[in-house]
Ligand binder design. Structure first.
Ligand SMILES: [Zn+2]
Length: 365
């Protein structure tokens, strides 16, 4: 018995009840699926290769900037045009290629702050159009991040978007509390410490508001997480807070007369984990984290393979012809992008596999 047994679609992009079933399975079996930020077909296949080799499900996600990059930096991003087009193109690409790797894939989009909402609106238009033709949304899920806005407005607006996603059984991830640090232009480095930790009442309020609309939602709650690169030990994480949130929601639901509430009613997401210790991840996973975002570490991993190649092969890529083996020796087999881009893919694949092992996802299919 593995994660694939609970899915109606075993490989490729999964949607709706399969996404719910996968996250429920992960929560029960105490693993979290790494969500890899992808910016190109190359980073998509590097991630898929790792998932296939590790017999794991995977989440592939596009950020607003990553989606624009997928479209090409030459496309104007006025009114989020490039980010919408790039995300849609990336989604079709992932849908087409994922079955070749034989693993289930959750196709997701990352942080969408208030000023980026036109991006989310554009993607939802594409989802609804796709839904009309295929009876499922183009993307498995999206993320809305209004954590920098007043809490009431955050929850209200998230609920409005969940209402739009619900008829398509589309998952929505939301964020509450502020994740520190800097990532993709979102800078929270100078926010005071108390707001880094979400309160149980906030989680209950979200649960109460969203669950009557649809069961397809998860919460990225701040428990001291930091976006970006930090030395291990510099981040004070309190994953035990997530356990308190779960207990509080369970207690409130039970008091309200709801029957058979499990110990972990909430699906949590871990943002800003770069630099965390493995045990901190595992503690968070034990408290119901089912998805961990991986961006910074993956960028570094991808870069390192290409960096090492260029440094060691410098004299073979400096001119088209001529290298230390002879002045008339051709260098085509060294400067072919398939050779050096592949080196980045290899180091990224290795890093994704490490994450799959760290979060207990490896071997779960
Ligand atoms: Zn976040």
């Amino acid at each position: 018995m593995g994660a694939q047994d609970v899915l109606s679609r075993k490989t490729g992009v999964i949607v709706g009840d399969d996404v719910l079933a996968l996250f429920t399975y992960a929560r029960e079996h105490k693993f979290a699926i790494p969500a890899i930020n992808c910016t190109s077909s190359s980073t998509v296949v590097a991630s898929l290769e790792a998932a296939r080799d590790s017999k794991s499900p995977i989440v592939l996600q596009f950020s607003q900037g990553g989606a624009a990059f997928f479209a090409g930096k030459g496309v104007d991003n006025k009114d989020q045009f490039a980010s919408i087009q790039g995300a849609v193109a990336g989604a079709h690409y992932v849908r087409a290629i994922a079955p070749a790797y034989g693993v289930p894939v959750v196709l997701h989009t990352d942080h969408c702050a208030k000023k980026l909402l036109p991006w989310l609106d554009g993607m939802l238009d594409a989802d609804e159009k796709y839904f009309k033709e295929h009876n499922e949304p183009l993307f498995s899920s999206h993320m809305i991040d209004l954590s920098e806005e007043p809490v009431d407005w955050n929850v209200e607006t998230t609920a409005r978007y969940l209402k739009r996603a619900a008829p398509m059984k589309q998952w929505l991830e939301m964020e509450i509390g502020i994740t520190g640090g800097e990532e993709d232009g979102v800078n929270n480095e100078d926010v005071d410490n108390n707001s880094l930790y979400t309160q149980p009442e906030d989680i209950m309020n979200i649960y109460k508001t969203l669950s009557p609309i649809s069961p397809y939602f998860s919460i990225a709650a701040g428990f001291g997480n930091v976006h970006g690169v930090y030395k291990p030990g510099n981040v004070k994480l309190h994953p035990e807070l997530l356990g308190k949130h779960q207990a509080y929601v369970k207690e409130q639901l039970t008091a309200a007369g709801q029957k058979n509430v499990g110990d972990k009613p909430v699906y949590f997401v871990f943002h800003g984990g770069s630099g965390s210790a493995k045990q901190e991840y595992l503690d968070a996973i034990n408290h119901g984290v089912v998805k961990v975002n991986m961006d910074t570490d993956m960028q570094f991993a991808y870069c390192s393979g290409i960096r090492d190649y260029m440094v060691t092969k410098k004299e073979y890529v400096s001119t088209a012809v001529g290298n230390p083996d002879g002045e008339d020796k051709p260098n085509k087999k060294y400067f072919d992008p398939r050779v050096w881009v592949r080196e980045g893919e290899k180091t990224m694949t290795t890093r994704v596999k490490e994450a799959l092992a760290d979060f207990n996802t490896a071997g779960t299919l």
